[in-house]
Design a protein around this ligand. Structure first.
Ligand SMILES: [Zn+2]
Length: 202
């Protein structure tokens, strides 16, 4: 798993092999009093976790694409808003025990179910170059990757910064800043460009 993962990724559908959309689950710790609601709800799954200092907590897990969409959940107990289960701008904040937990939706074979992500093996947009795998989260990132590998300038920069380290806007640049050197030589360029274009069907 890369140190920062996008909340959504395009993966090879385990059922038909076409491109399917994976979304990480999101979770919220809830108060003991609200346990009954979350246990009964068809939109959430109760997860019992343990804090690093040892005490236990209960959290409500939400799987995007399964059950009701957040906009349509309107019976939450007081103090909860559907938005609490929305993904942050671009990173995933699941605890260690849940780090691969999410759901997939495939528009080819129409499966819709929970999926434990095996990244980068699951990546739909991946190529190999001299024994190593180069991957991208989805088509959009693959296009960014292609233009980066194709260009001779190889610009790497952070596109936005709000003043707080945890609010740095990494956008595609985080991704581009972490491409191993293995894929960045001038010699590697023609083969990688060709392979990327092929998976992009360009
Ligand atoms: Zn499928």
């Amino acid at each position: 798993m890369p140190p920062i993962m996008a909340p959504f990724a395009t993966i090879k559908c385990p059922s038909c092999g076409e491109a399917a959309k994976f979304a990480f689950a999101t979770y919220q710790i809830f108060k003991k009093n609200d346990e009954e609601y979350f246990r009964k709800s068809k939109d959430f799954e109760v997860f019992r976790g343990q804090h690093s200092h040892g005490s236990f907590y209960h959290a409500a897990l939400y799987y995007p694409g399964l059950g009701n969409s957040l906009e349509n959940i309107n019976d939450l107990p007081e103090d909860y808003k559907p938005n609490m289960w929305r993904h942050p701008y671009w990173y995933v904040t699941l605890p260690k025990e849940l780090e691969n937990t999410g759901s997939i939706r495939c528009s080819s074979c129409l499966i819709q179910r929970k999926h434990s992500l095996n990244w980068p093996n699951d990546a739909y947009f991946q190529i190999t170059y001299k024994g190593k795998v180069l991957w991208a989260f989805d088509r959009k990132y693959t296009l960014k990757l292609l233009s980066y590998i194709e260009s001779k300038e190889r610009k790497k920069r952070i596109v936005g910064y709000s003043g707080k380290p945890w609010n740095t806007i990494y956008s595609q640049d985080w991704f581009l800043r972490h491409i191993p050197e293995h894929f960045q030589s001038a010699k590697a360029r023609p083969e990688i460009v060709k392979k990327l274009k092929s998976i992009l069907q360009m």
